[in-house]
Design a protein around this ligand. Structure first.
Ligand SMILES: *Cc1c(COP(=O)(O)O)cnc(C)c1O
Length: 395
C-alpha cells in the first residue's frame, strides 16, 4: 500500500530575482525601510505601490504581520478599549487576539454549513449588541454572500474590516476580497499566498485612515517615504494624534515579496488546479461532505476542508492518526484541545462570557482541514485522496 512522502509544510523557493535582491540589500546593510542612500528607492514603498495596484486600492501599508495589520485596522476604525467587535466564530487565533490587543471583546457570530458567517445571526447580534465594527475573517478562503453582508453593515451603520489572510487574490462577483470593507488586512506569513516569513499588508481607500495607519505603524515623521499614501495635508491633520505602535516592514521582506507578486495570479491558478482535483475526489467519497463553492466566488484553494460525516466523532482521532501514519497530515477543527494552527472559539478563554454556538460546534465537530502547498502536483493529490478514502473505509 502506498504512503505519501512529501511534507505538508514545504513551500516553494523564493524566486531567484528576490534572492539576488535580498543579497544586495544585505550587502548594503540598509535594511530599515527609512534607511536610504541618496537617490535610492525604498523596497518597502515600491511593494506598497505594487500591492495597492494589484489590489485596486488607493493606499497600502506594509507592516510586520497579518495580526498586526488587523489590530491596526481596528484601531484606525476607532475601536476603543471596552468596545465590542462582531466576528465570525470560525477563524484562527490571531483574529480574536487582534480584538483583544485593542482592548475590545468579540461578539462571536455563528457560521453556516458552508463555513460562512451566518448572516441572520450577524444581523440579530448586531442589533442586540449595538457593536459598530464587523471584523470578517474570510476563513480558509470561503467568501460569504458579500452583497448581504455589505447591506447589513450599511443598514446598521457598521464599519466592515476584512481579514483576507486566506483570500489574497480571491474575488466575489469579480471584486477583490478586501475591497468590500473600509480596511483590509493581509498576511505574508510563510503559510499564506505570498511568503516573507512574517509580514502583513493593510489596504484602504480612505485617505485619513491610511494616514493614521502609516503614522501608527511607526513612521516617526518619515511618512513621506511611503509609496501609496495620501497627500501631505491629510498627514498634517493626524500626525500628532496617532501613537507609534512600531510594526514596520523592512526592505529585505519587501524585496522577497516584490519578487513573488508578479507570480501571484499564476500561483492562484496552480493552487486551484490542485484544489479542484482534490475537491472532485473528496466529493465522490462516501461519508465525506464538501460544500459546493458559490458561483460568485473566485477562491484560492490553498487549503481544503471537508466533513467526515461517515465517521462518528469518536472515530475521528483514530482516522487522523492512521492517515498521519501514511504521510497525510490532516487537522481537525472539531477537536476539544487546540492543536497546531487549529483552535475552536471556546478555547479562547480570555474572552469574557464565551457564548454557546451550537451551529458552529456542529459544523466544526467533523471538519477536517488539509493544507495544499504548491510543492504538490496532481498525482500527489490522487495519492492523498486514495489514502483518505482507504482509511475512511477502514475506520
Ligand atoms: C495567518 C492568519 C492571520 C494572521 O496572520 P499573521 O501574519 O500570522 O499574524 C489572521 N487571520 C487568519 C485567518 C490567519 O490564518
Amino acid at each position: 500500500m502506498t504512503n505519501f512522502a512529501k511534507p505538508f509544510t514545504q513551500q516553494e523557493a523564493i524566486p531567484q530575482g528576490g534572492i539576488d535582491r535580498a543579497v544586495e540589500i544585505l550587502q548594503t546593510g540598509r535594511l530599515h525601510r527609512y534607511n536610504l542612500a541618496e537617490g535610492e528607492t525604498s523596497e518597502a514603498s515600491l511593494l506598497e505601490q505594487e500591492y495597492a495596484q494589484y489590489q485596486g486600492a488607493d493606499y497600502c501599508l506594509a507592516c510586520t504581520s497579518g495580526g498586526y495589520a488587523i489590530a491596526l485596522a481596528l484601531r484606525i476604525c476607532g475601536v476603543k478599549p471596552g468596545d465590542q467587535v462582531l466576528a465570525n466564530a470560525y477563524t484562527l487565533a490571531p483574529v480574536p487576539g487582534a480584538i483583544h490587543n485593542v482592548g475590545a471583546s468579540p461578539v462571536l457570530i455563528e457560521i453556516d454549513d458552508n463555513y460562512h458567517i451566518d448572516c441572520d445571526d450577524l444581523e440579530a447580534k448586531a442589533v442586540a449588541s449595538g457593536a459598530k465594527v464587523l471584523l470578517l475573517s474570510h476563513m480558509r478562503g470561503h467568501i460569504a454572500d458579500m452583497d448581504r453582508i455589505v447591506s447589513i453593515c450599511d443598514a446598521h451603520g457598521i464599519t466592515l474590516v476584512e481579514d483576507c489572510a486566506h483570500t489574497m487574490g480571491a474575488t466575489w462577483r469579480g471584486i477583490k476580497s478586501g475591497n468590500f470593507g473600509k480596511v483590509a488586512a493581509f498576511s505574508t506569513q510563510t503559510y499564506k499566498h505570498m511568503n516573507s516569513g512574517e509580514g502583513g499588508l493593510l489596504t484602504t481607500n480612505d485617505a485619513e485612515l491610511a494616514a493614521r495607519a502609516v503614522v501608527s505603524s511607526g513612521s516617526y515623521m518619515l511618512y513621506g517615504r511611503h509609496g501609496a499614501i495620501p497627500a501631505e495635508d491629510v498627514f498634517q491633520k493626524v500626525r500628532l494624534e496617532q501613537p507609534n505602535y512600531s510594526g514596520r516592514m523592512d526592505h529585505l521582506r519587501a524585496a522577497i515579496l516584490r519578487a513573488q507578486l508578479p507570480n501571484l495570479d499564476q500561483n492562484i491558478a496552480r493552487w486551484n488546479s490542485l484544489y479542484d482535483r482534490l475537491y472532485a475526489r473528496f466529493d465522490a467519497m462516501d461519508g465525506v461532505t464538501i460544500p459546493k463553492r458559490k458561483q460568485h466566488e473566485a477562491y484560492v484553494g490553498s487549503s481544503i476542508q471537508f466533513r467526515a460525516d461517515g465517521l462518528s466523532r469518536d472515530a475521528i482521532p483514530d482516522f487522523l492518526a492512521r492517515c498521519a501514519k501514511r504521510g497525510v497530515e490532516l487537522k481537525w477543527f472539531g477537536e476539544d484541545e487546540p492543536k497546531a494552527f487549529t483552535s475552536r472559539y471556546d478555547s479562547w478563554h480570555y474572552i469574557k462570557d464565551i457564548p454557546h454556538l451550537p451551529k458552529t460546534l456542529e459544523v466544526l465537530s467533523k471538519t477536517i482541514d488539509m493544507r495544499v502547498p504548491l510543492t504538490f502536483d496532481s498525482q500527489d493529490c490522487d495519492v492523498i485522496a486514495d489514502i483518505i478514502a482507504d482509511e475512511m473505509q477502514q475506520t
